[in-house]
Ligand binder design. Structure first.
Ligand SMILES: [Zn+2]
Length: 141
């Protein structure tokens, strides 16, 4: 797949300086809509994953979500809402065709979803890992 992601060379994906309410600007909305039919699935997913940490600054002791940019069709504003929206996008894209691993890659316990809790199972988070192992890995990264 050599398709360029639609965000390249397209205004609307970056927050203009000193603009409040940029998430409602026509260019921003157009940027959001564009990715849905123009962005290849794997590029889109990679974008969503990098958006989760794109707001991290040098010297930050924890990872921060992207701010002031449209990534993965989400108007990122560096807040908890942004992170939630991105995680939802990742979930939607990963659960629709690729199967979730049955066991956590790290602790090897059987995994279930957040919405279907089962005794003896850990909650799947992403990357083939349960929520606990994934958090632990993110902390140590
Ligand atoms: Zn685990």
């Amino acid at each position: 797949m050599t398709n360029e992601p639609p965000c390249l060379n397209h205004r609307g994906f970056l927050q203009p300086e000193d603009t409040t309410g940029w998430q409602f600007l026509p260019a921003t909305l157009a940027a959001r809509a564009l990715r849905q039919d123009r962005c290849a699935r794997e590029i889109f997913l990679a974008c969503a994953h990098s958006a989760l940490t794109a707001g991290t600054c040098v010297g930050d002791d924890r990872q921060r979500v992207a701010d002031g940019v449209v990534m993965a069709g989400v108007v990122c504003r560096g807040d908890a809402f942004t992170e939630k929206a991105i995680r939802k996008v990742i979930r939607q894209y990963t659960s629709s065709s690729t199967r979730r691993a049955a066991h956590c890659l790290d602790c090897h316990k059987p995994m279930t979803t957040r919405h279907r809790k089962l005794p003896g199972h850990v909650i799947h988070d992403g990357g083939g890992m349960c929520a606990r192992c994934r958090r632990a890995r993110q902390r140590s990264a």
